[in-house]
Design a protein around this ligand. Structure first.
Ligand SMILES: NC(=O)c1ccc[n+]([C@@H]2O[C@H](COP(=O)([O-])OP(=O)(O)OC[C@H]3O[C@@H](n4cnc5c(N)ncnc54)[C@H](O)[C@@H]3O)[C@@H](O)[C@H]2O)c1
Length: 384
């Protein structure tokens, strides 16, 4: 038998939820972990993780590179307690903006509202869980009432905040974060959405309808006659404007999914659509379990991204993919960064600069559009 048999019959709801609460782990910069990564992680994916730590700590974070850093988040990371790593990076100014699946932001709200997710086992009877009203994300377990209460909070927030008309997801998440801080100020230490609002870090969602946040926004429109809606065009333009403004640009990609492309499409949008020859990404770090051989974007390599103008051709040595479970790789990576020489940077607080950055994008895009065409499209210079 490869696995234990599913669920022991007759386990009570209390027993199923008796595992320790999942808490957000905050990396401290452990010298032992740095030693392990420098001296012990030498080859294969350990070697790639070590390389990723060095690219981030020794290049991306140095003041002379002045890199605008985007973090993309896919996979069930906040349910697994990794929100604390994101909070620590934001607090230290080590990431400047975030693109996340809605699921990770929705599940972050459970922590913000002091609901408990429990450690458990994947070897349970899901029919029994359904009958007991328990939700399972692999081995993370929590009562279905957590979903209902979180949904209720989102709906009440939408009414309370009186949001009207079309808005970017960065604005929605900023307002949501401010509401959480008002509701429960202590949650700034254990909510990504609340911490981002405090630090001025914009958070984007590449597929806003694909989460319980989107589901409750849809309810608000249908049942309350709310006019509030997400405008993905604003997100596309804000992300582009942030990248356009970056002296250097770099990303840390957790998993893959739509957040990965939403970040990487920034440079092609600039050269291909707006005609602005910004050039591609300067640094690229990805932790993923996805493979390149199936042709999907989630597993596509930095080298493939060069052909699209997403990554600068000359910087392949500053790109790395570590084929790892991010729940293992990311906390180690953050420990390394927090313990490194440049473990604090001035926060860019891009949330407060979005309008000015988009205005600059418009100015440059108009100049590019109105410039006399002197080259064939195929010869367009995509580089700086
Ligand atoms: N209630 C909600 O709002 C809602 C909506 C969607 C999903 N969910 C839950 O949230 C979880 C996360 O969903 P999601 O939409 O963020 O992304 P996902 O789980 O669909 O993952 C997307 C990408 O991340 C990669 N990935 C996933 N786990 C990884 C890991 N541990 N290490 C490295 N790469 C990994 C995948 O291969 C894929 O490329 C789901 O498992 C689901 O249970 C909740």
């Amino acid at each position: 038998m490869p696995h234990r048999a599913p669920g022991a019959p007759g386990r009570s709801r209390q027993q199923i939820l008796s595992g320790k609460p999942i808490r957000y782990y905050r990396p401290k910069g452990s010298p032992d972990i740095r030693y392990l990564i420098d001296e012990g992680f030498q080859a294969f994916n350990a070697g790639r993780l070590s390389e990723a730590c060095h690219i981030f700590a020794d290049k991306m974070l140095t003041p002379e590179r002045d890199t605008t850093i985007g973090l993309t988040v896919a996979g069930a990371l906040t349910p697994a307690g990794l929100g604390g790593c994101i909070i620590e990076l934001m607090d230290r100014g080590l990431i400047d903006f975030v693109i996340s699946t809605g699921a990770n932001l929705y599940h972050d709200l459970h922590y913000a509202l002091n609901f408990t997710l429990h450690r458990g086992t994947p070897f349970l009877d899901d029919v029994e869980l359904y009958e007991e009203g328990i939700i399972r994300i692999y081995d993370v377990l929590f009562p279905a009432t957590v979903l209902l209460e979180t949904d209720k909070y989102i709906r009440e927030f939408l009414v309370r905040a009186k949001l009207e008309g079309a808005m970017s997801t960065s604005e929605l998440h900023y307002r949501l974060g401010q509401d959480l801080l008002q509701h429960n100020p202590a949650c700034v230490e254990y909510s990504v959405v609340a911490k981002a609002a405090e630090c001025g870090v914009p958070i984007y969602t590449s597929s806003p309808g694909d989460s319980s946040i989107g589901m409750n926004i849809a309810y608000h429109e249908l049942m309350n006659g709310g006019t509030f809606m997400i405008d993905p065009n604003k997100d596309v333009n804000e992300v582009c404007a942030i990248i356009l403004n970056g002296k250097h640009n770099g990303c840390v990609i957790l998993g893959g999914g739509s957040p990965k492309n939403f970040y990487l499409q920034g440079q092609p949008t600039l050269w291909e659509v707006y005609g602005i020859p910004k050039g591609g990404n300067d640094f690229f770090i990805q932790f993923t379990t996805d493979q390149a051989v199936f042709g999907g974007l989630s597993g596509a390599t930095p080298s493939e991204a060069v052909s699209w103008g997403k990554v600068n051709p000359g910087v392949l040595p500053d790109t790395v993919v570590a084929y790892c479970d991010s729940t293992i790789a990311f906390p180690l990576f953050c420990e390394y960064a927090v313990g490194s020489t440049h473990s604090r940077r001035p926060r860019r607080e891009l949330v407060h600069k979005r309008d000015a950055l988009v205005a600059d994008l418009v100015r440059q895009a108009r100049a590019a559009r109105d410039k006399p065409v002197d080259k064939e499209p195929a010869e367009i210079d995509r580089h700086r």
